[in-house]
Design a protein around this ligand. Structure first.
Ligand code: C2E
Ligand code: MG
Ligand code: MG
Ligand code: MG
Length: 282
């Protein structure tokens, strides 16, 4: 309906921008109550060992069942939560949920229980009480620290206020595994990485596009090859994210990638879906 003349077009842009601002404001204003009313929930996406596709872990991914807007993904609210600081209680809530679920899997399946990986934002890791909060949450869940992994992007590590290295060292000393998330998308400082107490790298899904059959981009494939080689040198486990096709999975296995995550294996879903994967006959 908008006329093609400049004036009306701008009016439409303005209105859209305004609507976006209102939506952002209403989302962040709603968040504290949403947390209290448990409108958030956690889905789990399987991580499989590439050689035999055994389920070895899951990543906890937060979602928001908004009463008006319906289901929202983290990309629609995590950034806002970081701006307002609500990421701190929200992140704690996710960690508590994930640890509770990890404990149920551990009690029910023992050795077959998946490791549970949880995302952290810079703001959370920079909280002075962060390390003791993690210890308290593990303790309350009666869960060994070895059963969880915390994922941080390189950017988040660099942006952590205080002493990120100390925070990571304390967590690692407790027995918590640390993984660098979205590796290859940030400013990868190899010298720094060498001194971080990390156990694994999660290779960003954006590398997967160039890793397929006829459309394969030789540079992408070699980049992944090189990163896997580098991880080897550093003694790190490599997980490929965003694996959608058999061709990618085959290539990753050839290259020597250890673990994969993606729609080829399973979408994120409720814990019951993970139960079914654990109990399915071989
Ligand atoms: P991430 O940690 O890199 O998580 C992987 C994302 O890739 C997830 O998106 C997952 O659903 C998606 N994904 C998995 N397999 C595939 C695939 O085969 N193809 C494609 N195209 N995508 C795939 P999601 O759930 O939308 O989460 C987005 C980001 O939000 C996460 O990226 C993470 O950075 C952040 N996030 C999620 N939960 C939390 C949380 O509890 N706390 C914090 N701080 N951040 C979170
Ligand atoms: Mg992640
Ligand atoms: Mg990632
Ligand atoms: Mg990400």
């Amino acid at each position: 309906w908008a006329k093609a003349d400049g004036k009306n077009t701008w009016a439409v842009y303005d209105r859209e921008r305004n609507a976006r601002e209102v939506a952002r404001f209403s989302l962040s204003a709603r968040m504290p109550a949403a947390l209290e009313r448990e409108e958030f929930y956690v889905d789990y996406q399987p991580l499989v060992r590439l050689v035999d596709r055994a389920l070895i872990g899951v990543e906890a991914l937060v979602r928001w069942e908004h009463p008006e807007y319906g289901r929202l993904g983290p990309d629609q609210f995590i950034g806002l939560a970081e701006e307002t600081g609500l990421i701190v209680p929200l992140g704690k809530w996710v960690l508590r949920k994930a640890c509770g679920q990890a404990k149920r899997w551990l009690d029910r399946f023992g050795d077959k229980a998946p490791l549970v990986s949880v995302n952290l934002s810079a703001r959370q890791a920079g909280e002075p009480t962060f390390v003791s909060d993690v210890a308290m949450i593990l303790d309350a869940a009666d869960l060994p620290a070895e059963r969880i992994q915390l994922e941080l992007t390189e950017t988040a590590i660099m942006a952590t206020t205080g002493a990120p290295l100390e925070v990571l060292r304390s967590l690692a000393a407790m027995g918590v595994r640390i993984a660098i998330d979205d590796f290859g998308t940030g400013y990868s400082n190899l010298t720094y990485l060498r001194h971080l107490p990390v156990h694994g790298l999660k290779l960003a899904g954006s590398f997967m596009h160039g890793m397929q059959g006829r459309d394969a981009d030789p540079v992408d494939t070699r980049l992944v090859d090189t990163v896997v080689g580098l991880a080897r040198v550093l003694g790190l486990e490599v997980t490929a994210e965003g694996v959608e096709t058999e061709a990618q999975a085959r290539r990753l296995l050839e290259i020597g990638c250890d673990v994969a995550q993606g729609w080829l294996f399973a979408r994120p879903g409720p814990p019951e879906e993970v139960d079914r994967l654990i109990t399915r006959p071989e």
